[in-house]
Design a protein around this ligand. Structure first.
Ligand code: DAU
Length: 286
């Protein structure tokens, strides 16, 4: 497919957002993660190398999870050593290394970005925030792993996309940039915020709070305690800064899920697979 794409279009830049991205799925079935994240990136690198005469950039989108887990203090910087803890993050780490190696070995013009937890419109409801919104709307239990004190650094998806675009336009080739939202929150705080927003925006008939649905469940194996990104390199070198606070971004996100029940239905019922088959002829585009 990539050979066909490179033959059919005058591609001069590649931005690799494609990945299997859910940690829990990677624990249950790692195979797809090795195939998509490692072999998939390898395929893209190879086709890019074969067309390197016209390629101005290969940008690779990655994750802060390659750095492992933080204790209560400190931040991940671009110099932090890689210590991935899940099959997902190990597969992303492998893909980052391949991208770096293609720069060193073949002088492919690459940039890499490692971002924190994304949230916002169109996020698949396997991830914490959409899962909680949709379960809460259906009065289902809201599963919180362990004691809910794990910390994530939330980045609104449009802030992430703006950062990737800045790096693609002006980033130094061969460099890595960390992208974070400067919005640290424990999972229990995050879930509580979603419940409070929903209670305000769609008050339940019996006036009870969605917080009553919070259910502590068995912890994720190898659950990373804390992620927090130091994104000062990106801020200083390229003048990027996140626009959304967690409060404003979360409000927009909850509103988006309330306004887009058809999309939610398509995704939850599996109907989106029919759409993908219609558009792509198979499920590869999911
Ligand atoms: O940090 C960037 C990473 O963020 C990305 O590289 C991953 O692709 C993305 O999935 C995300 O990883 P997390 O594992 O942090 O995201 P997730 O939404 O699965 O979980 C967020 C936190 O919430 C995590 O500490 C686990 C917890 N959690 C998650 C789910 C799905 C719960 O407590 N209950 C849940 O039902």
């Amino acid at each position: 497919a990539m050979t066909h794409a490179f033959k059919s279009y005058e591609i001069d830049a590649v931005c690799n957002f494609a990945a299997e991205s859910h940690v829990d799925r990677s624990i249950v079935a790692p195979d797809a993660f090795i195939k998509t994240n490692i072999e998939g990136t390898f395929n893209l690198l190879e086709i890019s190398r074969q067309n390197s005469d016209r390629l101005v950039l290969f940008h690779h989108v990655s994750t802060d999870e390659v750095y492992g887990s933080l204790g209560p203090d400190g931040f991940f910087t671009e110099k932090t050593s890689y210590r991935p803890n899940s099959p997902y993050s190990a597969s992303k780490a492998a893909s980052d290394h391949l991208v770096r190696a293609y720069h060193k070995t073949y002088a492919l013009p690459v940039t890499i970005s490692n971002c924190s937890n994304n949230y916002g419109p169109y996020q698949f409801p396997e991830k914490l925030i959409p899962l909680i919104i949709l379960n809460a709307l259906e009065d289902k239990p809201l599963p919180v792993y362990g004691d809910g004190r794990n910390v994530r650094d939330w980045l609104y998806v449009k802030d992430h996309c703006r950062a990737v675009w800045e790096i693609m336009k002006r980033g130094t080739r061969g460099q890595t940039y960390n992208i974070g939202g400067r919005c640290e929150s424990t999972n229990i705080e995050t879930v509580t915020m979603v419940c409070d927003l929903l209670d305000e925006m769609v008050t339940k008939a019996d006036r009870t709070s969605r917080k009553d649905l919070i259910t502590f469940v068995k912890d994720r194996p190898g659950h990373d305690l804390r992620y927090a990104i130091d994104c000062s390199k990106l801020e200083k070198e390229l003048g990027w800064a996140p626009i959304e606070s967690f409060e404003t971004g979360l409000r927009k996100t909850v509103q988006w899920y309330l306004n887009n029940s058809q999309w939610v239905h398509r995704v939850k019922s599996g109907e989106y697979l029919d759409w993908v088959r219609q558009h792509y002829g198979n499920e590869e585009g999911v």
